[in-house]
Ligand binder design. Structure first.
Ligand SMILES: Nc1nc2c(ncn2[C@@H]2O[C@H](COP(=O)(O)OP(=O)(O)OP(=O)(O)O)[C@@H](O)[C@H]2O)c(=O)[nH]1
Ligand SMILES: [Zn+2]
Length: 291
């Protein structure tokens, strides 16, 4: 039996990548009954029935599942922001971090357009996130600076790039692997790619091993409602102090004897981060969608 990864689903066919071969597969009858359960990203076993044609026999156990886009076995999200143009915005970074934390993926923060940035202005901001424990990579897709380091991080993993429009996600991927030829540029010119329509994500194989997802990951406008008690778990530094709160149900807002608020007062949690937490908590409580 052969092994591969589902990289694309089209009509009732699944495309399986094995090494540098792409095998178009149908499903064995008994899996068909549970067809909904086969996702792009799944590892499968298959048997060949012709040259580059096969039948999927078995779906191997799934490590995780992402809802938007629908994918299995994603290892990490590369949260991508531009240092400038559009200007880096800590509150937006915090919102993307919440979504990424909620999806329980490993997170890498990637700051692009280093060629346009005055290093000092972003250093303080990046130190803030570094001190929380987030790995940070600064790159320039334009000059190629640190693109090798990013390529190394993508090696042998399934990665999603997420981040605001214009951060340079497609340009970065094209720099990582020129053959990908993702469409870049103005938003309007991308509509043909289905940017605003529902489509199934595809995995693009990277030379040397690993895959990237061809659509931007979750966007902050697609934020799915998060129950307010879960929000604090999306802030690692809040988690670190929350066990010291008097009430186990503490939302670290108006409750007395809150160890998190104390940590903010003591300068151990950054006030901006706490502010982001409170803003998002308030939005969740007001039942606003799409923050
Ligand atoms: N100066 C500079 N410009 C860049 C860099 N990376 C991307 N850009 C430009 O930024 C603009 C947006 O880049 P895209 O790659 O389309 O951004 P995106 O994040 O894929 O945007 P969406 O698809 O809308 O989410 C383009 O005009 C790019 O040429 C960089 O490192 N330096
Ligand atoms: Zn508290």
């Amino acid at each position: 039996m052969l092994n591969g990864v589902v990289v694309k689903a089209y009509n009732s066919y699944y495309y399986i990548q094995t090494g540098d071969k792409l095998i178009s597969c149908s499903l064995r009858g008994r899996i068909k009954k549970e067809r909904f359960s086969l996702l792009v990203g799944d590892e499968v076993t298959y048997s060949l029935v012709g040259p580059e044609k096969g039948v999927i026999e078995e779906i191997l156990p799934r490590r995780n599942m992402l809802k938007r886009p629908m994918l299995a076995n994603v290892d990490q999200v590369i949260l991508t922001f531009a240092a400038v143009n559009p200007d880096i915005n800590p509150s937006l970074i915090d919102r993307f971090l919440v979504i990424a934390e909620h999806s329980q993926l490993d997170i890498i923060i990637c700051i692009n357009k280093l060629d346009l940035a005055d290093g000092d202005t972003i250093t303080e901001l990046l130190d803030r996130y570094r001190s929380i424990g987030y790995p940070i990579l600064t790159v320039s897709a334009k000059t190629g600076q640190n693109i090798n380091a990013l390529r190394a991080l993508l090696f042998d993993k399934i990665s999603v790039l997420a981040g605001p429009s214009g951060a340079g996600k497609s340009t970065i991927l094209n720099a990582v692997q020129p053959g990908l030829e993702l469409v870049t540029g103005e938003v309007s010119s991308k509509i043909g790619r289905g940017k605003h329509t529902t489509r199934f994500a595809e995995l693009l194989p990277l030379a040397g091993g690993g895959f990237v997802v061809d659509t931007p990951g979750f966007s902050y406008t697609e934020f799915q409602e998060l129950p307010s008690p879960e929000l604090a778990f999306c802030f690692p530094e809040i988690v670190q102090y929350a066990s010291g709160c008097k009430f186990t149900t503490c939302l670290h807002f108006k409750e007395p004897q809150c160890a998190v608020k104390q940590a903010v007062d003591d300068g151990k949690i950054h006030t901006d981060r706490y502010q982001s937490y409170i803003e998002i908590l308030t939005e969740i409580n007001e039942n606003k969608k799409g923050f």
